[in-house]
Design a protein around this ligand. Structure first.
Ligand SMILES: [Zn+2]
Length: 353
């Protein structure tokens, strides 16, 4: 039995499968060397389940931001991405939710969408991958929030108000290095209503990609533990997407969690998109956050299939090497159980209804 089954905070695998449908796309159930997760590789990587994000890229925009084009003397300053329209996102989201359910239907029981903590904890030590339906950005939801309850009934259990762009609810943080996350305005009135409604329904709110004013608005309004599914320590890597010490403290105070992400530009002290990044950089962020706020508040939030990873990690199969490094660094088996799955079970128990 896998001693440290991983519940992972964020992946964009659904988008990768969706976009590649027309072409040479990989299939989730067959092992491939394309991208970061498929079922056989997930098993090798101790990936037991996680948040499967639905993200709608702007129809005209490229997915990978052009860091070189927006280089500054000390780093980069990418403009905020253009907003995406509700109709477009609503349609694309429905298509991707349908993809998720067809994966489940065709999986022969090896992949299951979970809606309760019991369902999730029952699968943690089993072979079946547990998928939590997550929206990265709330563009598919109308400001009357009718779609929210429909998606909740379908299985939505986690939502990030924004990706790094503005929408009707909030403003995402642009990629800027060096910079604090304090760029732009806080939540709109619709954003505040969305937070309250998510609390009411028991949908987790994800603070990654939200700017700092928005973060504090959610901290004030929400009665659930604060969660950032894929963000690192700003003190180590001072990019706008990472969390300041004050934000880390607020997450701990709410009994929430931070998902340490493997995005090289959010790990590295120089913020560069350089894949020659040792795995020790991941350990440093976990160690820093655990020392400051406790290992009870740290989880893993890979961003597989959505970001640029260290070469040494490669894909999901590289994660056991990180756990090995953490052991060598002095993390106990108990600590690693908390990091890999126990903290998530606690937070979701306190969040989902
Ligand atoms: Zn993201």
């Amino acid at each position: 039995m896998n001693q440290f089954p991983i519940i992972d905070g964020h992946n964009d695998t659904l988008l990768k499968l969706h976009q590649q449908e027309k072409g040479k796309g990989r299939l989730f159930f067959n092992e491939s060397s394309i991208g970061h997760i498929d079922l056989p590789r997930a098993k090798k990587g101790q990936f037991s389940g996680g948040f499967f994000a639905i993200f709608c890229p702007h129809p005209s925009g490229s997915l990978l931001p052009d860091f070189e084009k927006f280089a500054t003397e000390k780093g980069y300053d990418l403009p905020l991405s253009a907003p995406a329209e509700y109709e477009y996102c609503h349609r694309m989201t429905n298509a991707m939710v349908a993809d998720l359910f067809s994966l489940e239907a065709n999986s022969n029981g090896s992949f299951k969408v979970v809606r309760t903590v019991d369902e999730l904890s029952n699968l943690v030590h089993k072979e079946t991958i547990a998928a939590i339906l997550h929206f990265e950005g709330a563009e598919a939801i109308d400001t009357d929030l009718d779609a929210l309850s429909v998606y909740y009934q379908a299985g939505l259990r986690s939502i990030g108000l924004v990706w790094s762009r503005p929408n009707a609810f909030a403003q995402g943080v642009p990629y800027r290095y060096p910079s604090t996350p304090d760029i732009g305005a806080g939540l709109t009135e619709s954003g505040k209503s969305l937070v309250r409604e998510c609390n009411q329904l028991g949908i987790m709110l994800d603070l990654s990609h939200l700017n700092e004013k928005g973060f504090w608005d959610v901290a004030e309004i929400s009665d659930a533990p604060l969660v950032a599914t894929h963000s690192n320590a700003h003190t180590i890597s001072p990019i706008s997407r990472n969390l300041t010490d004050k934000q880390l403290d607020a997450i701990a105070e709410s009994n929430g969690v931070v998902g340490v992400t493997y995005a090289v530009n959010m790990l590295r002290p120089d913020g560069k998109l350089n894949t020659d990044t040792p795995l020790e950089e991941i350990v440093k962020h976990i160690d820093y956050i655990a020392s400051r706020i406790g290992i009870e508040h740290v989880v893993l939030g890979s961003d597989f299939d959505g970001t640029t990873l260290p070469d040494e990690l490669g894909d999901v199969t590289g994660v056991p090497k990180v756990l090995e490094l953490l052991k060598n660094h002095g993390f106990s088996d108990k600590d690693l159980c908390k990091l890999t799955y126990e903290n998530w079970l606690r937070v979701l128990k306190n969040t989902w209804k």
